[in-house]
Write a protein that binds this ligand. Structure first.
Ligand code: ATP
Length: 236
């Protein structure tokens, strides 16, 4: 059984259909990329999975549990963390307080402290800046903080929305290296990206989205060599 299984999903904003009946799955340990142009529906899919946007039809099963029947505020406790588009860190709080808030579903202080140590190991920059006000971090540092905050919930799967958006090339490379490390440490990753080249380079499999439909799916390495993907998404 797949860890996350989306079937025949349809999502509307008013009368506009943003997701037109898509199905896909994420297996434990995989890095899955959802790629596609602006407005294809990538963010909508993540928001529907995490309960921020309601589905009209279909099902979303996470480890056998129907997420469409699960209140949004309880989904983090099931082991699913979301790193939203535009980071959405708490700008007025310190780095440390942002990270602590990421663990709000957990109660064991010792385990939380251990996770914090691991997050600081993965993001030494956040450790150095633990008392800095988060809103004064650079864009790349804020992305690291958003990822670190998500990891504080000790997720089984992490959903990331456009982590490379607005970052300098150096930071983009660093962020993708960190995603690889997160995956290597055993966390499953569902990655939404407009940077198809970078996303396909680290993904096991990918789905290509166009105006609410999945138009292509397969092994990331195979998609990288696909002529239509190259033309439309890899700028070749
Ligand atoms: P981007 O990379 O620009 O975020 P995306 O692939 O994530 O694009 P979505 O943000 O999911 O795409 O948008 C899918 C479609 O749904 C678009 O046509 C968008 O205009 C529409 N849409 C998104 N959010 C809303 C909303 N709150 N109300 C109405 N329409 C919306």
């Amino acid at each position: 059984m797949a860890m996350l299984e989306i079937k025949d999903l349809q999502v509307y904003y008013g009368v506009i259909q943003a997701i037109k009946g898509i199905s896909f799955e994420v297996n434990q340990g995989e890095v899955i990329a959802l790629i596609g142009a602006n407005g294809a529906g990538k963010t909508t899919i993540l928001h529907t999975i995490t309960g921020l946007v309601p589905a009209k039809e279909g099902s979303i099963m996470f480890e056998g549990k129907d997420l469409l029947k699960t209140p949004a505020h309880t989904i983090v406790a099931l082991g699913m963390a979301h790193v939203p588009e535009g980071r959405r860190i708490f700008a007025d709080l310190t780095v440390y307080d942002n990270l602590k808030l990421g663990a709000y579903t957990r109660s064991d202080k010792k385990e939380i402290a251990e996770t914090l140590e691991k997050v600081f190991e993965r993001f030494p920059r956040l450790k150095e800046r633990r008392n800095q006000i988060a809103g004064t971090l650079s864009g790349g540092e804020q992305q690291m903080l958003a990822m670190g905050r998500a990891l504080m919930s000790h997720p089984k799967i992490i959903l990331m929305d456009e982590p490379s958006m607005g970052l300098s090339p150096l930071f983009v490379t660093e962020i993708f290296n960190i995603i690889k490390e997160i995956s290597a440490s055993g966390t499953t990753v569902l990655l939404v990206e407009q940077n198809a080249k970078k996303a396909l380079a680290i993904a096991n499999r990918a789905y290509v989205l166009e105006t609410g439909n999945i138009v292509l799916a397969g092994d990331a390495k195979v998609l990288m060599d696909d002529d239509s993907v190259k033309k439309a998404y890899l700028g070749e």
